[in-house]
Design a protein around this ligand. Structure first.
Ligand code: P6P
Length: 335
């Protein structure tokens, strides 16, 4: 009996991201086409970023700018280039009210609700960019929230919704191929950029994460500073013949976990007692994807998607992946 969750891959590859989204909207009578407008802007921006990433060292796009972002992290030239590209592409969409970027301390308010600003898009423009000098996979992560009337006056308060309120989430991995992974709450779909036609083509619908897989992904250099339950989990994993895979780029590590199964986590450390990864535009979008693929995503004290945010750039512990693998970590946390 074939495994119903096996990830058969499409043969025809003739459905583009654009036509897929329009087809989805056809099946939702209440859909107004607003979504495809936002997602097409993200597709355009990430195709442009992919071109920049692939020309690194040919064009002068590497190295740091000698400045730091709101997170106190050294800004890479490509961080700023990617941020500018995304803001330019999204800024032209008449239904986007607010943009939030890891690279900007404050949100960018584009339009009030009355002016048509119905959505907020939150993003990490180039996650993992410190790896870019070595051609390691990096990526863009995005989250889409619906805005209520009066959002412009409320400012940040209008955006601080828990992750279950997201209406869409995704990432684009600039790896050996350029992969666009998207969920609008009804499963996860995967597209690959076909350079020859300049379009993202559908390669997998309703992607399902394996129920279990003996792979864990964590920066073990920090393990002496992990709380006890995480150290006990790692001891158990070592004794259970698990494999360790860690790229140090969240988009690449989560993408591998989504396709091969296993566990990705960033536990509390001495430097980052609340975890290092950002709730609003890293943990939440990835959690929506993992859960829509049948996986689990927790932050020690329950689902990541139920964490009530108190600030725009707050961090979160991230434990996500195959249901059984997250269960193994939770068992040690709860013991
Ligand atoms: P560490 C990249 O800098 C990043 O924000 C994520 O992409 C990645 O998962 C994490 O930090 C790696 O952090 O402390 O293991 O180098």
């Amino acid at each position: 009996m074939p495994d119903p969750t096996a990830n058969e891959w499409n043969e025809d590859n003739l459905q583009s991201l654009q036509s897929h989204i329009l087809a989805e909207e056809q099946s939702h009578p209440q859909a107004t086409g607003e979504f495809s407008w936002i997602l097409s802007a993200i597709a355009l921006a990430t195709k442009t970023i992919a071109n920049k990433v692939r020309r690194a060292r040919i064009d002068d796009v590497l190295g740091d700018l000698g400045e730091t972002n709101p997170q106190g992290e050294t800004q890479q030239k490509l961080d700023v280039i990617a941020n500018d590209i995304i803001k330019a592409c999204l800024g032209s969409r008449a239904n986007i009210g607010v943009l939030v970027s890891e690279e900007d301390e404050e949100p960018t308010v584009l339009r009030t609700h009355a002016e048509g600003g119905r959505y907020a898009v939150l993003f990490d423009p180039l996650d993992g960019s410190s790896n870019i000098d070595f051609s390691v996979g990096v990526g863009t992560i995005f989250s889409v929230l619906r805005l209520e009337d009066g959002h412009a006056a409320k400012g940040v308060e209008a955006i601080l919704h828990h992750g279950a309120r997201q209406v869409a989430a995704g990432y684009v991995l600039f790896g050996s191929s350029t992969v666009f992974v998207l969920t609008t709450g009804n499963g996860v779909n995967m597209f690959v950029l076909d350079q020859s036609i300049g379009a993202f083509v559908l390669v997998k619908s309703n992607l399902q994460i394996p129920q279990a897989s003996p792979i864990y992904s964590v920066n073990e250099a920090n393990c002496n500073r992990f709380p006890e339950p995480y150290r006990e989990y790692l001891t158990w994993a070592h004794e259970s013949d698990y494999t360790s895979r860690y790229i140090g780029s969240m988009v690449a590590d989560v993408h591998r976990t989504l396709l091969k199964g296993g566990l990705f986590m960033y536990p509390p450390t001495a430097i980052h007692p609340d975890g290092k990864l950002r709730l609003m535009y890293e943990a939440n979008p990835m959690a929506m994807i993992i859960e829509n693929a049948g996986g689990r995503a927790i932050s020690e004290h329950g689902r990541i998607l139920e964490v009530e945010p108190t600030s725009l750039h707050q961090r979160s512990v991230v434990i996500m992946g195959s249901p059984d693998e997250v269960g193994h970590v939770q068992r040690f946390i709860d013991s």
